[in-house]
Design a protein around this ligand. Structure first.
Ligand code: SF4
Length: 244
C-alpha cells in the first residue's frame, strides 16, 4: 500500500499529460453536456421585473448571496419604482436601503450613476448591447452579460468567481483574468449555450466545486475532471480533494 506522502511524491514525478486545443474543445462540450444534465433547472435566481431591476439586482449581488439580495429588492423597487426614481435618489437614502448587501457605498454609487446615464443617454431604456451597457458608469462586463442574457435573451457569458474557478479546474482555461476566461469560454461553446452554462456552472460551484475545497465525492463531473488524482496546490489550511 502506498502511503499518502508516497502518493504525493509519485504524483509530482509523473509528467502532466499535455492537452491540446482539440482536447480542450471536446472537454468543453463534455462539461457543457454534463452540467446540463446535472443542473437542468439552473436559472437566474435574482428577483426582477424589468431590465433595469435586473441591472440593480446584479449590482447588489456582488460579494453577496442572491437570497440576501432578494430580501432587499422587493422593498427597494417599491421605494424606487423605475429608473428615473433611482436616478433622482438621494445617495445616502440609497446607501441605507441597500446596506445589508455589503459594499453599499460603491453599490449605491453604481446604481445611481448608471441610472442617471440610462436616463440622460438612453431615454430611460436600458441599452441592449455589451458596448453600451459597459459604457454605463458602474457597470462591468459581468453585470452587462447578466442583463443581456436574462433580460434581453441575448447570448452573454457571465464569468464570476465560480465560473472562473471551475473552468480552470476542468481544464477549459488557464487564465485568472475573468475577461480572458470569458473569451476562452466563448470560443469553446456555442452562443446559444452561454447563458445556461453560466447558471449551471454557478450552481455547480455552490453545490460541489467550492472554493477553496471542492466536494469531489459525488460530484457529477468527477469522471471528466482532469485533476485525477486530484492534487491541488495547497495554501495554508486548505485541504486537497483527496483529503476530504
Ligand atoms: S471533481 Fe472536484 S474539482 Fe473536479 S469539478 Fe468536481 S468538485 Fe470540482
Amino acid at each position: 500500500m502506498v502511503s499518502r506522502m508516497g502518493k504525493r511524491q509519485a504524483t509530482r514525478k509523473s509528467p502532466r499529460p499535455r492537452r491540446g486545443a482539440a482536447w480542450v474543445r471536446e472537454q468543453a462540450l463534455r462539461v457543457n453536456a454534463a452540467l446540463a444534465k446535472a443542473y437542468p433547472e439552473a436559472h437566474c435566481w435574482l428577483y426582477f421585473r424589468s431590465p433595469h431591476e435586473l441591472l440593480v439586482a446584479t449590482i447588489l449581488s456582488a460579494q453577496c448571496t442572491d437570497a440576501r439580495v432578494n430580501k432587499v429588492t422587493p422593498g427597494l423597487f417599491r421605494a424606487y419604482p423605475d429608473v428615473r426614481a433611482f436616478a433622482a435618489a438621494d445617495l445616502k437614502d440609497l446607501e441605507r436601503a441597500i446596506q445589508s448587501t455589503g459594499f453599499f457605498r460603491n453599490k449605491a454609487r453604481s446604481i445611481l450613476e448608471s441610472s442617471k446615464d440610462i436616463v440622460a443617454k438612453h431615454g430611460g431604456e436600458v441599452p441592449r448591447t455589451l458596448e453600451e451597457l459597459t459604457a454605463l458608469r458602474g457597470v462591468g462586463r459581468k453585470t452587462a452579460n447578466v442583463v443581456l442574457g436574462n433580460a434581453f435573451d441575448t447570448p452573454g457569458m457571465v464569468v464570476d468567481t465560480h465560473v472562473g474557478r471551475i473552468a480552470r479546474r476542468l481544464g477549459l482555461t488557464r487564465h485568472e483574468d475573468p475577461v480572458k476566461v470569458e473569451f476562452d469560454l466563448m470560443k469553446l461553446l456555442p452562443p446559444r449555450d452561454w447563458v445556461a452554462f453560466g447558471h449551471r456552472t454557478i450552481a455547480h460551484g455552490r453545490k460541489f466545486c467550492k472554493a477553496p475545497a471542492p466536494r469531489c465525492g459525488g460530484c457529477p463531473l468527477e469522471a471528466l475532471c482532469p485533476h485525477e488524482p486530484k492534487v491541488f496546490v495547497k495554501r495554508s489550511g486548505e485541504k486537497s480533494p483527496n483529503e476530504l
